[in-house]
Structure formats: structure tokens, C-alpha cells
Design a protein. Sequence first.
Length: 187
Amino acid sequence: MLQRLSSGLARCEETAAAALAAAVTCLILVNIAFRVLGNPLYWISELSIYAMIWMTFLIAGAVFKRRQGVAVTLLSDLLPRNGRKLVGLWVDVMVLVFAVLLVWLCWRWYQPLALAQAGFDIGAFQGQTFNFIYAENTSTLGVKKFWAWLIVPWFALSLSLHGLANLAQSITQWRNPAEEPSAETLL
């Protein structure tokens, strides 16, 4: 169940990242056309930057799920099978620890309970917490930046799910001595 949920989420993230990559390409081409005509649209540049950021975080989650991240396997390749499995297990634990820590930091950053306690009044929230995350606008789009920054908590939750699924898979491989971890399973 956990593996299916993680794999399905990774497929959705890959699809969304591909759509954002196409959108970034179109936005940049439109911006080039308007610049050539002498009437640049500055908000297109900012929108394409945010789309690239979202694309990067979305595909990063899928890459971690598929264990396709860049890795130096020089040491792990020299280890026996149990050593490689132990390294893979350690990597999965570290990814999960990082992801859970990032979830906690995002919770502290957004402070949703304090916002709710303030009655979703941004001014009262800022006065109580000195947190101005909900007040800052983007430069040209005029949208609150916290909407663009929501990709970070999404990535943290997604990475937590993928990390947990990968850790469960590594533990299963550890118990089954017949399975040999490949280079793809070792980040």
C-alpha cells in the first residue's frame, strides 16, 4: 500500500513537472517575442522563475523515490552484499530524517495553528508571532509569496512519504538475503 501510494505520487509529480517544463518553455518564448516587439512583460519572467522552482522540487521528489539521484558509489561498490544493503539502509534513514526535519521546519515557518488562533487575521498573526510570511507580495505578479513557497512543505511531505517507502523496501531487502541491491537503490 505504501509503495503504491509513493509510486503514484511520484508519477503525479513527474507529470506536473513535465507540464511545468512545457509552461516555462512557452512563457520564455512569449517573453522573447514581446521583448523583440519592444514591449516586455516582466511578470512572465517572474512566473517562469516560480514555475522552474516548482518543477525542480516536484521532480526532485520523484527522483528520490526512484533512487535515481547522483551518487558516488566507489566505496559501496567495494563492499560485500550485506555492506551495500547496510549503506542503502543508512541512506534511506538519512533521507527520511532530513524529510521529517524539513516538515517540522515548514510547520514552524508557516505556523498554521498560530494563524488559526489569530482568526486568520494576518495583522494579528504578525503582531503575535513576528512572522511576516503571509504579508510579502511577489515583485511583479502581486501574489502573496507564501503561495509560491508552498512547494517547500509539499516537497517535505512528499519526500517523507518516498523516504518511508524506500526505507520499508530497504528493510525488506535486508531481510531477504537473495535480493542484491543495485546501483539504483543506493542513492
